[in-house]
Ligand binder design. Sequence first.
Ligand code: IPM
Ligand code: MN
Length: 353
Amino acid sequence: MKLKIAVLPGDGIGPEISREGVKVMQVIARKYGHEFSFQEALCGAAAIDAVGDPFPEETFRLCEASDAVLFSAVGDPRFDNNPNAKVRPEQGLLAMRKKLGLFANIRPITTFDCLVHNSPLKDEVVKGADFVCIRELTGGMYFGPKHEDDESAYDTNLYSRPEVERILRVAYDYAMKRNKHLTVVDKANVLASSRLWRKVAQQMEKDYPEVKTDYMYVDNASMRMIMEPRFFDVMVTENTFGDILTDEGSAVTGSMGLLPSASLGTSTPVFEPVHGSWPQAAGKNIANPLAQILSAAMLLENFGLMDEAASVRQAVQASLDQHVRTPEIQVPGGAHYGTVEVGSWIAQYIEQN
Ligand code: IPM
Ligand code: MN
């Protein structure tokens, strides 16, 4: 298969993990006889510094003309504590999501048995937890009408019926492919926008009689997720709740560095880690490349390359089993492996197995 892949390394640890993702894709292409081409473009603070725009037109055009985007991370501390900054790196990510129509963000929360001890939760609570959070990505407070001055400010949690319908459709399709259990997470006891979600879901439920649909308030869901993460199979929620709940999900798996995601919509799909740019670690060769490498596996699956993706996942599992791990998940007394070493080990494993 021929695939044209836009590579957006972004900021902080982004470029380091990006290289490992590309390395793994290249070895897959060689092994399975595919033709993957990679073209890099600017995004985030790197793009602000270079051209004054966190998602330059040129980057957008490359993304549009590509089959997939392999995205890493954006964000820079120079902007974080400056509420007066006119442009922010995160706007680049948001612009990309909006312009590519990426309304469905698929975030699998999968635990690895050999890493359950890494979670702050009890092993018996976490073991076997495996669910998917489907986060709406182009609506809600992130994109609704806003106002900001020194005396007052607001964000509007606006959703239209078609926006809710299309994301619920994605969620139901996932539930059908998994254990047929969907939890709709909202705050319908308080928010009008949530009541629309619930109304639409209750109507759509009838189209999927095989799926058991639960409705859960987001405060309750955030508790349930750490009390009983195995309860969940597929969870669907609005943009802001999904942002918060998936960070909480990373605590279930034990490391933020393990969570990949796929953002799908009306144009080119984007594959990106859930974690951010971790600027403090930039250049230190300590960032975990697994979230990026697993995002590459999701990319392969998106194009039906199931054996290829399975081979990536198997290599990731082997690296964990053999304690080829970055410091934050390494076993006590285990050898030191950096970002590059973990990526290279995985690439070599794929080549040889
Ligand atoms: C995420 C991130 C982004 C978000 C930030 C960087 C804008 O936290 O992808 O979860 O809030 O969506
Ligand atoms: Mn987030």
